[in-house]
Write a protein that binds this ligand. Structure first.
Ligand SMILES: NC(=O)c1ccc[n+]([C@@H]2O[C@H](COP(=O)([O-])OP(=O)(O)OC[C@H]3O[C@@H](n4cnc5c(N)ncnc54)[C@H](O)[C@@H]3O)[C@@H](O)[C@H]2O)c1
Length: 393
C-alpha cells in the first residue's frame, strides 16, 4: 500500500517508520530539504540501534529504510491511498497544504491530519471532498506508543472511518475512536494529572518531590506529574492546557496554573533546557520527598478522583466508548489502570464522595462531580459489570 506523509519532523518521521515497518511504501514530503535529511539520518541511527540490540534483523532494517522515499515534490504523493499530514500546528498552513494536495490524489484517497488541537471539521472544510477527511492522532514517539486516536469529523463518511481504522490497526496499533472535541480523549482526560498536581503544590499542601513520590509509589504511575511535565517540556504542556481551556470556553476544570506559565516564561522548560521543576545539571542531587504515607494517599486520592471525573464526563458526553476511554489512558499515556475500571475498584460512591468533599471545601465548579458518576452511584452501577452497566452508554 502507498502511504503519503507530509512533514518530516518528530511525528511525521515516526509515522513514516511505523508505516514502512508494516511494509507500506511511504512517500515522506517536507518543504525543508534539511528536515528530510535529518529524518533519514535519524531513522538510520534508530535502525542501527535496533539491529545491535537484536530487535531487528539487518535485512528488515534495510527494508524499512528502503520503503521510505524522501520527496521534495508533493506530486510524488499522487498514488497514495492514505496521506497523513504532520506539519506545523497552524490551521491556515495546514489548509493550504490540503488544497494543494487534494487535486493530486485519486478520488478514493483518504486525507488525514495528525493535529493535536485543531478541530477536524475545520480542516476537512478546506477540502473539495470533506467526507474523505479524518483525524489520525499518533502519540510521541509514534513507533513506541501503541495508541492511535481516530477522529471522524462531522463530514467524514463512515466507510472512510472504517478504512482508516483498518489501515492503522493493520500497522499493529491499538485504535480508539474519539469525537471531534478539544483534546480528543487523552489530551482531555489527562489534564488533571498535571493541573491538580500543580494546584496541590500551589496551595502548599505538598512540595514537588513529595507529589511525584506519592503518584509513583502509591498511585503506581510510571512518572510523577512534575517529572512528566519536565519531560514533555513546560512550554509544550502549558500550551496544550491553555488550548484545551480556551477551546472549552474557559471551563475552570482546565484552568492553567501560573506556576507552570512562569516556568515556561522563565525558560525553565524541563529536561531539554537543563532546568524545570527539577535541576538537571550534572552533579545536582534531586531533593528528597517527605515520605508521609497518609499525605501521599491524600494526594493520590485527589488527583485520581479528578482524573476519574474527567473520564466519566468524557463518557457522559459520548466522546468515546468506555473501553476506548480506558484503552486510551493505558496505551496512550501508560496509566497503571484504565480510569473507569479504577473507579469500579474504588467504588463509584467513594469517587463521588471525594469529589463532593473537594467541591464543598472550595465551592468551585472545577470540582463538580460528573452527572454520570452521581447517577451511577445512586443506582449502585459499575462501568464494567454486565448486569448493572449504565444502560444509556
Ligand atoms: N510532537 C508531539 O508530541 C505531537 C504529538 C501528537 C501530534 N502532534 C502534531 O503533529 C504535528 C507535527 O508536530 P511535530 O512535533 O512533528 O512538528 P515538527 O516541528 O517536529 O515537524 C514539523 C515539520 O513540518 C514541516 N513543515 C512545516 N510547514 C510545512 C509545509 N507547509 N509543507 C511541508 N512541510 C512543512 C517542517 O519543516 C517540519 O519538518 C502537529 O500538528 C502537532 O500538533 C505532535
Amino acid at each position: 500500500m502507498n502511504i503519503g506523509v507530509i512533514g518530516a519532523g518528530t511525528m511525521g518521521s515516526g509515522i513514516a517508520q511505523v508505516a514502512s515497518t508494516a511494509d507500506c511504501q511511504v512517500y515522506l514530503y517536507d518543504s525543508q530539504v534539511a528536515a528530510l535529511e535529518r529524518s533519514k539520518q535519524q531513522l538510520a541511527k534508530i535502525m542501527d540501534r535496533l539491529v545491535t540490540k537484536g530487535r531487528l534483523t539487518e535485512e528488515k532494517a534495510q527494508q524499512i529504510q528502503q520503503n521510505i522515499h524522501y520527496v521534495q515534490d508533493l506530486n510524488e504523493l499522487a498514488n497514495a491511498e492514505l496521506v497523513i499530514e504532520a506539519i506545523i500546528e497552524n490551521p491556515d498552513i495546514k489548509k493550504q497544504v490540503f488544497q494543494r494536495l487534494e487535486p493530486l490524489l485519486s478520488t478514493e484517497a483518504i486525507i488525514a491530519s495528525n493535529t493535536s488541537s485543531l478541530s477536524i471539521a475545520s480542516l476537512a472544510a478546506a477540502c473539495q471532498r470533506p467526507e474523505r477527511f479524518i483525524g489520525i492522532h499518533f502519540f510521541n514517539p509514534a513507533p513506541l506508543m501503541k495508541l492511535v486516536e481516530i477522529i471522524p469529523a462531522v463530514q467524514t463518511a463512515n466507510a472512510i472511518l472504517d478504512k482508516a481504522n483498518d489501515i492503522i490497526a493493520s500497522w499493529g496499533k491499538q485504535t480508539v475512536i474519539a469525537k471531534d472535541t478539544p483534546g480528543f480523549i487523552v489530551n482531555r482526560v489527562a489534564r488533571p494529572f498535571y493541573g491538580e498536581a500543580l494546584r496541590i503544590y500551589d496551595e502548599g499542601i505538598a512540595d514537588i518531590p513529595t507529589i511525584d513520590w506519592a503518584m509513583k509509589n502509591i498511585g503506581q504511575f510510571r512518572m510523577g506529574p512534575f517529572e512528566l511535565m519536565d519531560f514533555i517540556g513546560n512550554d509544550v504542556n502549558y500550551t496544550v492546557t491553555e488550548t484545551v481551556f480556551k477551546a472549552f470556553y474557559y471551563d475552570p476544570r482546565y484552568r492553567p496554573s501560573f506556576t507552570q506559565k512562569r516556568m515556561s516564561e522563565a525558560g525553565y522548560l524541563g529536561r531539554k533546557s537543563g532546568r524545570g521543576y527539577y535541576d538537571y545539571q550534572e552533579g545536582v542531587i534531586k531533593p528528597s520527598p517527605t515520605e508521609d504515607t497518609a499525605l501521599g494517599q491524600t494526594i493520590v486520592d485527589r488527583i485520581v478522583a479528578m482524573l476519574i471525573n474527567e473520564a466519566a464526563d468524557a463518557l457522559h458526553f459520548r466522546i468515546a466508548t468506555r473501553e476506548d476511554i480506558d484503552a486510551a489512558m493505558t496505551k496512550g499515556v501508560n496509566y497503571p489502570k484504565g480510569l473507569l475500571s479504577w473507579a469500579d475498584e474504588i467504588g463509584i460512591e467513594a469517587c463521588v464522595q471525594r469529589l463532593d468533599q473537594l467541591f464543598d471545601h472550595y465551592r468551585e465548579s472545577r470540582y463538580r462531580c460528573s452527572p454520570l458518576l452521581r447517577k451511577m452511584a445512586a443506582n449502585g452501577e459499575r462501568f464494567f459489570s454486565s448486569e448493572k452497566a449504565p444502560h444509556h452508554v
